[in-house]
Design a protein around this ligand. Structure first.
Ligand code: CA
Length: 237
């Protein structure tokens, strides 16, 4: 079963979460500060982290950035403030999902299941995901391994950021299909709305790593105002 790190300083909330998540057959560890959380994730591979944003030692956004500096583990942030701008910022900073307090364990559990499913299908090869091993996705000379989070082009490993990998893996799972921008925002960025620039910037970085340009595309094709398509270049078809 999936292992969870609960980062929560409120003793009452913490013990309730531990009890209920354990009953829901998750393996749970918990800490009360951001620094302890960083130490834990550095030592133990978790399937998901639930991060309270109001911790005594570090600001929540700061804690999230530091976590992201050392791990790709899915992070669900728990915030007391239903502040849209703040939530968008956290999602941009690498949170996979969020919950506004107070939330029920049923709600949390549903979010965790979704995050874990995404992590397994679209990327993060965390331990515990063995049940649904995705195979290596091949598009022309591209090979994308979602479980190991590795991508190769013509046998050469690509050095991709987390987001670039997620984007490539998502598109590689749908070769030849025009994926609408809205879908990319929802599935790769986990945002219901957003700035087209975000996608464009990541696409241009990814393009550069694939050794192509927008003017002379090989794998990545942008259909202005519509979406993006990944397909093998002519020499592979
Ligand atoms: Ca707190």
């Amino acid at each position: 079963m999936a292992s969870v790190l609960v980062v929560e300083d409120d003793q009452f909330v913490r013990s309730a979460l531990i009890r209920q998540l354990t009953e829901a057959s998750y393996t749970v560890r918990s800490v009360g500060t951001a620094l302890e959380a960083l130490r834990e994730v550095a030592q133990i591979g978790f399937d998901v982290v639930i991060l309270d944003l109001g911790l005594p030692d570090l600001d929540g956004a700061e804690a999230l950035k530091m976590l992201r500096g050392i791990t790709d583990v899915p992070v669900i942030v728990a915030t007391a403030r239903d502040d849209e701008a703040e939530i968008v910022r956290l999602l941009n900073d690498g949170a996979d999902d969020y919950l506004v307090k107070p939330f029920s364990v049923a709600h949390l559990s549903a979010r965790m299941t979704a995050v874990l499913r995404r992590a397994r299908g679209g990327g993060a090869g965390e331990p515990g995901g063995a049940a649904a091993l995705p195979t290596v996705l091949r598009v022309g000379g591209l090979a994308v391994d979602p479980l190991r989070r590795q991508a190769q082009l013509d046998g050469v490993t690509l050095d991709l950021t987390r987001r670039e990998f997620d984007l490539l893996a998502y598109l590689a799972g749908r070769p030849g299909v025009v994926v609408p921008r809205r879908e990319l925002l929802a599935e790769v960025w986990r945002q219901a709305y957003g700035d087209d620039q975000t996608i464009d910037v990541h696409l241009s970085w990814l393009r550069r790593k694939l050794g192509e340009t927008a003017a002379r595309p090989r794998y990545l094709h942008t259909l202005r105002g519509v979406g993006v398509k990944l397909e093998p270049p002519a020499e592979h078809t």
